[in-house]
Design a protein around this ligand. Structure first.
Ligand code: ADP
Ligand code: ADP
Length: 225
C-alpha cells in the first residue's frame, strides 16, 4: 500500500479569468513507506501548490489525494485536519518557528494540539532534539539559534506527531552550502530511521541524487527521470 497516492491532479488559480494560471495539469505521484522522492522543479513550476495539496493544506480542482489508502475528498474538513495533524509532517525553506517559544516548546505544541499528554510530548521533543544533535539547545528561543539549528528544530517539529508522510519544500534552501549539506544529512538520517515516506523538493541536484528517485515538475506536468 502507498502512503501517498496523488492521481491526475489539476489546479488553476483565478479560474475563468483573464489572469488564469493553470498550475497543475494532470499530476500523479505515488510514494511507498520508506521511499524518499526528490521533487525537482524550477521556480513557479507548481511545487508548493503540489505539496500543499498532497499535505491537505489546499484542495485540487480535480483529481484525488489518497493517504494510507483513504481518499481525502471523502472526509469532512474536520477529519481531514485531524489526518493532516497526525499523519503529515511539513518542513519549509524558512523554519516558521514561533519566536516567543523555546525550541522544546515549538516541538511540544503541535503534539498538544494533537492530543498528546504534556509529559509524553516533552519527552518526545527532547529525544528528537537529541537525535538531531542539539539537545543542549532545548531552552533557547529561535532567535538564539543558528540557521542550521533552527532548521533542525523545524525537522523535529515536523516529526513530533510521528507522521507517516513528510513533505519538505527546499528544507535546506536558505542555508549556506556547507551547512546545507550537514543539515541535509541529519534530515536523511532522521527520515531513514523513521521509515517515513517523503517528498523533498530541492533545486540542488546533488541532494536530489541522494534520494531514492527523482521526479521533475515542469510547467505543471510531472516527469519521472
Ligand atoms: P513553486 O513552488 O514551484 O515556485 P507555486 O506552486 O508557488 O510554484 O506557484 C505556481 C504558479 O502559480 C506560479 O506562477 C505562481 O505565481 C502561481 N500562484 C501560486 N499561488 C497563487 C495564488 N494564490 N494566486 C494566483 N497565482 C498563484
Ligand atoms: P511556500 O510553501 O509557498 O514556500 P511558505 O513556506 O511561506 O510558502 O508558507 C507555508 C504555508 O503553509 C502557509 O500558507 C501556512 O499558512 C501554511 N500552513 C498551514 N498550516 C500549516 C501547518 N500545520 N504546518 C505548516 N504550515 C502550515
Amino acid at each position: 500500500e502507498h502512503t501517498l497516492q496523488v492521481t491526475d491532479l489539476t489546479k488553476s488559480y483565478n479560474a475563468g479569468k483573464p489572469n488564469e494560471v493553470r498550475v497543475l495539469q494532470g499530476v500523479s505521484l505515488n510514494v511507498k513507506p520508506g521511499e524518499v522522492v526528490a521533487l525537482v522543479a524550477p521556480s513557479g513550476a507548481g511545487k508548493s501548490t503540489l505539496l500543499h495539496i498532497a499535505g491537505l493544506l489546499d484542495t485540487p480542482d480535480s483529481g484525488t489525494v489518497q493517504i494510507e489508502g483513504t481518499d481525502m475528498s471523502s472526509l469532512s474538513d474536520r477529519k481531514r485536519t485531524a489526518v493532516r495533524r497526525s499523519t503529515v509532517g511539513f518542513i519549509y525553506q524558512f523554519h516558521h518557528l514561533l519566536p516567543e517559544f523555546t525550541a522544546l516548546e515549538n516541538i511540544v505544541l503541535p503534539q498538544l494540539a494533537n492530543g498528546v499528554a504534556d509529559k509524553t510530548a516533552g519527552t518526545r521533543a527532547l529525544s528528537l532534539l537529541d537525535r538531531v544533535g542539539i539537545a543542549e539547545r532545548a531552552t533557547h528561543r529561535p532567535a538564539a539559534l543558528s540557521g542550521g539549528e533552527q532548521q533542525r528544530v523545524a525537522f523535529c517539529r515536523a516529526l513530533a506527531n510521528e507522521p507517516s508522510l513528510l513533505l519538505a519544500d527546499e528544507p535546506t534552501g536558505n542555508l549556506d552550502p556547507d551547512t546545507s549539506d550537514r543539515v541535509f544529512d541529519t534530515l536523511m538520517t532522521l527520515v531513514r530511521d523513521t521509515g517515513l515516506a517523503a517528498v523533498i523538493a530541492t533545486h540542488n541536484l546533488d541532494l536530489a541524487a541522494r534520494m531514492d528517485r527523482q521526479v521533475r515538475l515542469n510547467a505543471g506536468v510531472l516527469e519521472t527521470s
